[in-house]
Ligand binder design. Sequence first.
Ligand code: SF4
Length: 207
Amino acid sequence: MPDTKGLNPSRRTFLKGTAGAAAGTVFAELAGLGLDVRAFAAKAGDVPIKRGKEVPSICPYCAVGCGQIVMVEDGTGKILDIQGNPDSPISQGTLCPKGAATYQLAVNPLRWTKVKYRAPGSDRWEDKPLDWAMERIAQLVRKTRDAEFNEFQEMPDGKGGAVRKRVMNTYAVASLGGATMDNEWNYVHQKLMHALGVVYVENQARI
Ligand code: SF4
């Protein structure tokens, strides 16, 4: 991915200055309401901005597609921080609370890294390898689809009667996608679902 360091510096500088001015205005307005904002303003000034190689990216959480800059440590590739990208025409440097927490998606010692499986009738979870889970999902999808596959279906013929048509589908399997699925993933996924005959294909993102 290209480095953004050389991109449109004047605009970025302008936006950074604008953000600083906006924060100053907010503090002044709060002070005008009689609130003592000195401690808050001092703390805001202390927040360290981690610097590294700036890699432009897209927020993985929803279809708005806000722009992000991933700060990466030179040499190690370690992620130092993830911030909004002022050059993004979509979000202009802003991120919602979820997008602003993207760093925790990539760097989080509390995040589960193993598949949790609870067998039918069991009251406990087991750790399973990802390959095991993928194979089991594939086998169950195939078994369910084959058992409930409709080659033909009767449907209204528009004249009060019925007509038998070849449909090649199944209503026994559904696909519910999440917003982290990008365009390319969605394209391949819907190809797979339609090849299986799945007609219930849905996604949470509605843009
Ligand atoms: S989750 Fe928030 S920051 Fe991320 S793309 Fe959606 S609106 Fe933007």
